[in-house]
Design a protein around this ligand. Structure first.
Ligand code: DGL
Length: 271
């Protein structure tokens, strides 16, 4: 194995959400080393201006690149929507974003009425509409911002009446639009899959729920192969986690979510 193949994949998000992508990558590519950064000091990204998100995303990318990587995965829809071109221009390695992967997952279902929920930034960028329409030209895409889901996920408040009530409010217009697929256009949202399903049921909406994590992992695999960067499976890859604030609460919620401890979570300053 070459030194390059042995290098880790860098993954970042504003907080915990990107772990949904990490989990999918680890399931598909268990031999890969992963370094994860959650910018928990500055979560949420989704309510901030485009230029602020670009600058946060550059900080995250620079920190991860300083650890030596072979690939960067932007496991944040908000950052993927606005910062991918900048990161690709500045970083000399494959840089993958979650929105194209999500749009591919939607296209695979073959349906023509899609609901997308995401952060305010992702919804306003219109990136999902463009990426889905490019793959399924006749598709009708209805969007709804669901900003409260991010703090609920970060708090670990992922069950019970409060998230179900929030989900019901957010999903009502999409159920009225008779969507066939609901795209979770924020990597935090799969943590709330249970209240989301309960709300859809309450609303009488039988939409299939998709997220970008599995499609993203497929794309990571394909890109590693194309660039001859696969580590293969000699022994299980390592996961190293960094956050910019509150490592203990990250560890607690992420252990519940990953089903195993993410190991020691280190706090770093990336500004
Ligand atoms: N999980 C991120 C996303 O996919 C960011 C959520 C946020 O920080 O607002 O957009």
């Amino acid at each position: 194995m070459s030194e390059l193949q042995n290098l880790p994949i860098g993954v970042f998000d504003s907080g915990l959400g990107g772990l949904t992508v990490v989990r999918a990558i680890r399931e598909l590519l268990p031999g890969e080393n992963i370094i994860y950064l959650g910018d928990s000091a500055r979560v949420p990204y989704g309510t901030r201006s485009r230029s602020t998100v670009v600058s946060y995303a550059r900080n995250c990318a620079q920190f991860l690149v300083s650890k030596r990587l072979k690939m960067l995965v932007v496991a944040c829809n908000t950052a993927s929507a606005v910062a991918l071109p900048t990161l690709r221009e500045e970083i000399g390695m494959p840089v993958l974003g979650v929105i194209a992967a999500g749009a591919r997952a939607v296209a695979r279902t073959g349906v023509l009425r899609v609901g997308v929920i995401g952060t305010v930034g992702t919804v306003q960028s219109g990136t999902y509409i463009r990426e889905i329409s490019a793959r399924v030209p006749n598709c009708q895409v209805v969007q709804e911002a669901a900003p409260l889901f991010v703090p609920l996920a970060e708090e670990g408040w992922i069950d019970g009446e409060v998230p179900v009530l929030a989900a019901t409010r957010y999903l009502e217009p999409l159920a009225k639009a008779k969507i066939d697929v609901l795209m979770l256009g924020c990597t935090h949202y799969p943590l709330l899959i249970s209240p989301i399903r309960t709300a859809l049921e309450k609303l009488g909406c039988g939409a299939e729920v998709v997220d970008s994590a599995t499609a993203m992992a497929d794309e990571v695999k394909r890109t590693l192969k194309e660039n001859d960067l696969q580590r293969g499976f000699q022994n299980p890859g390592e996961l190293t986690c960094y956050v910019t604030d509150l490592p203990d609460s990250f560890q607690e919620v992420s252990t519940r979510f990953l089903g195993q401890s993410p190991g020691a979570v280190k706090k770093v300053d990336i500004r």
